[in-house]
Design a binder for this molecule. Structure first.
Ligand SMILES: Cc1ncc(COP(=O)(O)O)c(C=O)c1O
Length: 410
């Protein structure tokens, strides 16, 4: 087991040149795609270190995205549970309403420097699709977004937003018709179009260099949050937490704190319970395997086929997890915990009523854990990555939970 003291040079050493975080990661690709991923790796290595790229990305983050997003102290919410103070890093206030734009603008800028004309991606909750459609509009590129039919029905407002932004939303109709199938379809499309397009995977996963690239672009969250928290309180938080789907907002939040004496919690969706097909808690119930061109923990059957997954949050129902998380779990530096649908929804309504913030259902999982932490610890502080806002979820929530009456009748 490693302690925070072992992480001083971590970002320089991980991943290695082949894209491995310990035994996880790598790049397992069909022969035809190897040159495309090598091109992206070389371009990222060269272009992203240039002053021109860094300065342009800084300008975009400030003027277009509205960064830095604030850190906010939830005084009323914290008071409900004792003396432990809950703080939020407000990625819901990032342009387009979630953290996804952090890596989409980086990838869009990289695509521009590489002379690409089209951005391709999959989306689950639609946040990544909206963010990429936004980046495509900003950079004047075409955009194809693959989305499962189930998610299209559940995330209607985001489908409209993508279309308004000029993207083609391509329904995926096979399998469970959710995120995993959308990733399959986006990969297939990229295979045919890689000479003029770039695949902007929606999280810190996929073949090298995407887990590294997405983590690096997202680390603006934790870099800002660390400075802001220290400035507000004069010290580091006792703990940080974030929800883990593929793992991008969480790695963005966690990596700047890895070398600090701070406890770190990644929160996975426990959905309806522990049965197969009732959750997407890869770290709790998964085993090492290979999916979508990388190795990590997976929810898989004895033949290595992905198992069905479920979460109330469309952005969390993926049967795998980014390879860096698998490494951090084995190293013992990040604790992986779960929150059920019901716990997430209770946290959702508590934040609405006590702080005037409607969170994304994905982010509500992180908040649910922070509430559990506050109740148990009764002192100290926990900084939560509020990865997105809940506007996309309100129709679904209203139909299924009304305005949260059941949580306030106790
Ligand atoms: C608001 C929000 N938070 C979190 C996630 C989970 O993704 P990740 O684990 O890559 O941050 C999503 C995915 O769509 C999302 O929309």
């Amino acid at each position: 087991m490693k302690s925070y003291r072992d992480f001083d040079h971590y970002l320089k050493d991980f991943p290695n040149r082949e894209g491995y975080f310990g035994e996880y990661g790598g790049s397992f690709l069909p022969e035809e795609l190897i040159p495309a991923f090598r091109e992206a790796t070389d371009a990222y290595g060269a272009i992203c270190q240039s002053a021109q790229f860094i300065n342009e990305l800084r300008r975009i983050r400030k003027e277009f995205q509205g960064r830095p997003t604030p850190v906010y102290h939830c005084e009323r919410l914290s008071r409900l549970f004792g003396n432990c103070q809950i703080y939020l890093k407000r990625e819901d206030l990032n342009h387009t309403g979630a953290h996804k734009l952090n890596h989409c603008m980086g990838e869009g800028l990289l695509a521009k420097f590489m002379g690409k004309k089209k951005l391709i991606a999959e989306t689950g909750a639609g946040q990544h699709g909206v963010a990429l459609a936004t980046a495509a509009a900003y950079f004047g590129m075409e955009c194809d977004i693959y989305m499962g039919e189930v998610d299209i029905a559940k995330q209607h407002p985001n489908v409209i937003r993508m279309k308004m932004l000029g993207a083609n939303v391509i329904p995926v109709t096979h399998g469970l018709k959710t995120l995993k199938e959308a990733v399959d379809a986006a990969f297939d499309a990229y295979l045919k179009e890689y000479d003029h397009a770039i695949y902007c995977i929606g999280s810190a996963l996929g073949p090298h260099p995407f887990p590294m690239m997405v983590r690096d672009f997202q680390s603006v969250i934790g870099i800002e949050a660390r400075d802001q928290f220290c400035e507000m309180t004069g010290h580091l938080p006792d703990a940080v937490c974030a929800c883990v789907g593929g793992g991008s907002n969480s790695l963005g939040m966690f990596t700047p704190f890895l070398a600090d004496p701070v406890d770190i919690y990644g929160v996975e969706p426990l959905g309806r319970g522990t049965g197969v097909g009732d959750h997407a808690a890869t770290m709790q119930f998964g085993t090492k395997g290979r999916l979508h061109g990388f190795e990590s923990y997976l929810l898989q059957d004895e033949n290595g086929e992905p198992l069905p997954v479920y979460s109330i949050a469309s952005g969390l129902d993926y049967p795998g997890v980014g390879p860096e998380h698998a490494y951090l779990r084995d190293a013992g530096r990040v604790n992986y915990v779960t929150a059920s649908d019901d716990e997430a929804m209770e946290a959702f309504f508590l934040l609405c009523r006590n702080e005037g913030i409607i969170p994304a259902i994905e982010s509500s999982h992180a908040l649910a854990y922070a509430i559990r932490y506050a109740k148990e610890k009764q002192f100290g502080s926990i900084l939560v990555c509020l990865s997105g806002r809940g506007d996309k979820d309100i129709d679904y929530v209203y139909e299924n939970y009304g305005c949260g009456e059941k949580y306030f009748q106790k």
